[in-house]
Write a protein that binds this ligand. Structure first.
Ligand code: PEP
Ligand code: MN
Length: 339
């Protein structure tokens, strides 16, 4: 349920609504918008059925939220959420591109690619230090050493870093080094990890689960938000379908649907979404046309030698071309690529 306060409400009237909600064992989340103040009641709503909020002073309207998620809902917060990562914003008019290798492979290679993606216009650097590999025999990542390389690359380029936590142990380290904590597709419903990531107070990039519905995905975001961290970035990275030509099926319809249902920013990852470098540029263009707030693209100096996901990585040269192509699409839909 959300309670919309009237424009002329007094502060004690707002406090009256908040304490009524809290006294019934629910949490009150307050959003002070430019126009109105909204109070969301989160918890067991059956405890509030008999409370005549409508009759309380300062209340303009009471709206039941019928979706199972609340804090992530656009009904609860009509304005887009804009997340600021050391000066780079996601969710506003300018669209940042996150680029870098699938995995951090060595200090030298990371520093080189970080400079190259920056040069081409990337605003954030990605790179996995802990890798969730399908096979236990595949390269699992450099772990903390990889995080140190990422921190060095940030120091050298100024690019904030996005990197994945795969479990509770890696989360502690990732939360220390990263600017954005990535929760991968395989962990989208690892609710203990989501709650723990929320506690870091760093922005969390939540990738869509391999077979997750849009509602399950938003509910996973709700776990992070209800644990006290409103800074969630959703990332569409393709879902499992019967199609085998691509690694996954990039569900671009999720972009406008998420923007309709939620105020959270959504970015598109055409690397994992298609699994093949050839489709990254067209699907990046399509993602931006669909309204995405950002892109995440894998880039590697020598994709055929990459320790993971080489087939879906662009070379720095191809990445530069992609960056040029997406600018025009952004302009056509009234946005711009942050450079
Ligand atoms: C990744 O970004 O490298 C990754 C493993 O992504 P996903 O969780 O989407 O498979
Ligand atoms: Mn990858």
């Amino acid at each position: 349920m959300i309670v919309i306060m009237s424009k002329s409400m007094r502060e004690e009237e707002l406090q009256g609504v908040i304490s009524t909600i809290e006294n019934h064992g629910l949490q009150a989340h307050i959003v002070r918008g430019a126009e109105k103040t909204i109070v969301g009641a989160v918890g067991d709503k059956s405890r509030l059925v008999k409370i005549p909020f409508q009759a309380m002073p300062g209340v303009e309207e009471v709206i039941p939220i019928i979706t199972p998620y609340k804090l992530a809902s656009r009904d609860f917060k009509p304005e887009d959420t804009i997340i600021n990562i050391n000066g780079v914003t996601i969710g506003g008019n300018t669209i940042p591109v996150i680029a870098g290798p699938c995995a951090v492979e060595s200090k030298e290679k990371l520093l080189e690619i970080a400079c190259q993606v920056k040069e081409a216009g990337a605003q954030l650097l990605r790179g996995g230090a802990y890798k969730p590999r399908t096979s236990p025999y595949s390269f699992q990542g450099l772990e903390e050493e990889g995080l140190k390389h990422l921190a060095l690359a940030r120091e050298k380029t100024g690019l904030p870093i996005v990197t994945e936590a795969v479990d509770m142990n890696s989360l502690e380290k990732v939360a220390y080094y990263a600017d954005v904590i990535q929760i991968g597709a395989r962990n989208m419903q690892n609710f203990a990890l989501l709650r723990a990531a929320a506690k870091s107070n760093k922005p969390v990039m939540l990738k869509r689960g391999l077979s997750a519905t849009i509602e399950e995905w938003i509910l996973a975001a709700e776990y992070i938000m209800s644990a006290g961290n409103p800074q969630v970035i959703l990332c569409e990275r393709g879902i499992r379908t019967f199609e085998t030509y691509t690694r996954n099926t990039l569900d671009l319809s999720a972009v406008p649907i998420i923007k309709h249902l939620s105020h959270l920013p959504i970015i598109v990852d055409p690397s994992h979404g298609t699994g093949k470098w050839r489709w990254i540029q067209p699907m990046s263009q399509a993602g931006i046309a669909a309204g995405a707030d950002g892109l995440m693209v894998e880039v590697h100096q020598n994709p055929s030698q990459a320790l993971s996901d080489g087939g879906q990585s662009l070379t720095p040269e191809k990445f530069k071309i992609m960056m040029d192509k997406i600018k025009g699409v952004a302009l056509a839909v009234g946005r711009e690529i942050a450079l």
